[in-house]
Design a protein. Structure first.
Length: 72
């Protein structure tokens, strides 16, 4: 398996919610085989295409949380 993407969070978030396509055959996947929290907000999703058997991974890096001011 190889890491398929290191794109910004906004791109990965849209891609994650719209279900990724297999980079080999283009088949749309519905759910990751596994998801792993690595560290510092990095999450890796492992995918396996049912059509062609290709395994690949996507990565998401969550932005640091920002404290919003409380309304007065």
């Amino acid at each position: 398996m190889s890491l398929h993407s290191q794109a910004p969070l906004a791109f990965e978030f849209r891609r994650y919610l719209s279900n990724p396509s297999c980079p080999r055959c283009g088949n749309t996947l519905v759910a990751a085989e596994a998801s792993e929290f690595l560290s510092d907000g990095h999450i890796r999703h492992s995918w396996a295409c049912e059509s062609c058997g290709h395994d690949f991974q996507t990565a998401v890096t969550l932005a640091e949380s920002v404290e919003l001011p409380t309304p007065a």
